[in-house]
Design a protein around this ligand. Structure first.
Ligand SMILES: Nc1ncnc2c1ncn2[C@@H]1O[C@H](COP(=O)(O)OP(=O)(O)OP(=O)(O)O)[C@@H](O)[C@H]1O
Ligand SMILES: [Mg+2]
Length: 368
């Protein structure tokens, strides 16, 4: 097991700059998840760590060793890809043993390693089968087994579950989490799936256009996104954003005017902003409440989605076309076409300045 350190890591393909000055420390035994929009560089970053791509600039260390120029198989890294590409003509056992034999390991050791891995992944009964005789989840486990059998110090996963159906994903997610608890190995995991990111990660890294936008625990990213981008990216359904004009404020809080919502007293320190500043107010769907329409506070319900354990109500302001989402756990009588007023849990609001940076929560108010 080992830590991974990225220092000002850069990758260019020809003249295209893909990974830009990435600094990151992945602790020994930590589970780190990379998220970000398609094309932001998640797979590239993983491949740089694995040694499947060359590093253009910067330093990559595993434990205390600089590994920039070390070939992949000497890095002690195992990688599981989205397309798990098992060898079709080989049995499960042979698939897992193949890499070990290539590494010229003694037959006895190969057998020990494969059997131990099969036990952990509950593949013992399936060792004689060919991939085509396995379910998707079983194949995925073999792909993981193939990476694990080499006992890598670090396991890398690139969207390993995206080919599986919803229920299998839940099952495999659970297995990966338990595997991590049991093995305690350092894991870096790329996913598009919000739930996977939130549930598996000790630490989430949000990437945007080849740069790190924010790193933090799932809770930190959800509750204190540093930018509007992170706020909108983490959480599903996504955070609501509304324009808000700053009326005034100091270190202890501020007042804003938001269309339809009127004047709001908020806990953010807006002392760095001038009155009249155009801010963006962010409110998560669970922090909006609905009430009887009154005065200008009038939003039309345009859709209601009942999901069994929760309800999403979609709203549009009478003026303007921002679509807002309210989420509640209780069934409601709200009807499409009805006008309602919106209330905001001010303690759970977010404010972003013109450059999309979050304004800090005022310390005094926060402590009170
Ligand atoms: N070998 C290559 N040559 C040139 N450009 C590349 C190469 N590999 C990746 N890229 C580019 O680098 C960028 C990042 O790609 P990458 O595969 O890392 O994205 P990603 O975040 O994994 O996206 P996705 O979520 O779609 O898998 C993309 O714009 C891609 O086109
Ligand atoms: Mg990718």
């Amino acid at each position: 097991m080992a830590s991974v350190t990225l220092e000002r890591l850069n990758k260019t393909f020809g003249s295209t700059h893909i990974i830009k000055d990435v600094d990151l420390k992945v602790g020994d035994g930590e589970f780190v998840v990379f998220v970000g929009p398609s094309g932001c560089g998640k797979s590239t970053l993983l491949r740089l760590i694995a040694g499947l791509e060359s590093i253009s600039d910067g330093e990559l260390r595993i434990a205390d060793d600089v590994v920039n120029d070390l070939p992949p198989r000497e890095r002690g890294v195992g990688m599981v890809f989205q397309s798990y590409a098992l060898y079709p003509h080989m049995t499960v056992y042979e698939n897992m043993a193949f890499g070990l034999k290539l590494a010229k390991m003694a037959n006895e050791t190969v057998d020990e390693r494969v059997m131990a891995t099969a036990r952990i992944l509950q593949l013992e009964e399936l060792l004689h089968r060919k991939p085509k005789e396995l379910s998707g989840g079983q194949r995925q486990r073999v792909a993981m087994g193939r990476a694990m059998a080499r006992e890598p110090r670090i396991l890398l996963f690139d969207e390993p579950l995206s080919n599986l159906d919803a229920s299998l994903r839940v099952q495999m997610r659970n297995e990966i989490a338990r595997l991590h608890h049991r093995l305690g190995s350092t894991m870096i995991y790329v996913t598009h799936d919000q739930v996977e990111a939130m549930t598996l990660a000790d630490k989430i890294v949000v990437l945007r256009d080849g740069r790190i936008e924010q790193v933090g625990s799932p809770q930190t990213l959800y509750q204190q996104p540093a930018t509007r981008f992170v706020a909108g990216f983490i959480g599903s359904p996504t955070m609501n954003f509304m324009p808000a004009e700053l009326l005034g404020g100091n270190e202890e809080g501020c007042r804003v005017q938001a269309p339809g919502l009127g004047e709001l007293s908020l806990p953010q320190d807006a002392s760095g902003q001038g009155p009249g500043a155009e801010l963006s107010l962010g409110v998560r769907p669970e922090h909006l409440r609905l009430a009887e329409a009154e005065g200008d506070n009038r939003f039309e319900i345009v859709n209601v989605e009942y999901l069994g354990n929760e309800v999403y109500v979609y709203l549009e302001p009478r003026e303007g076309d921002t679509l807002l989402i309210h989420r509640s756990e209780a069934p409601s009588d709200w009807q499409v076409g009805q006008d309602v007023a919106l209330r905001v849990d001010v303690e759970h609001t977010h404010l972003f300045d013109a450059s999309d940076r979050a304004l800090a929560i005022a310390t005094q108010r926060h402590a009170a």
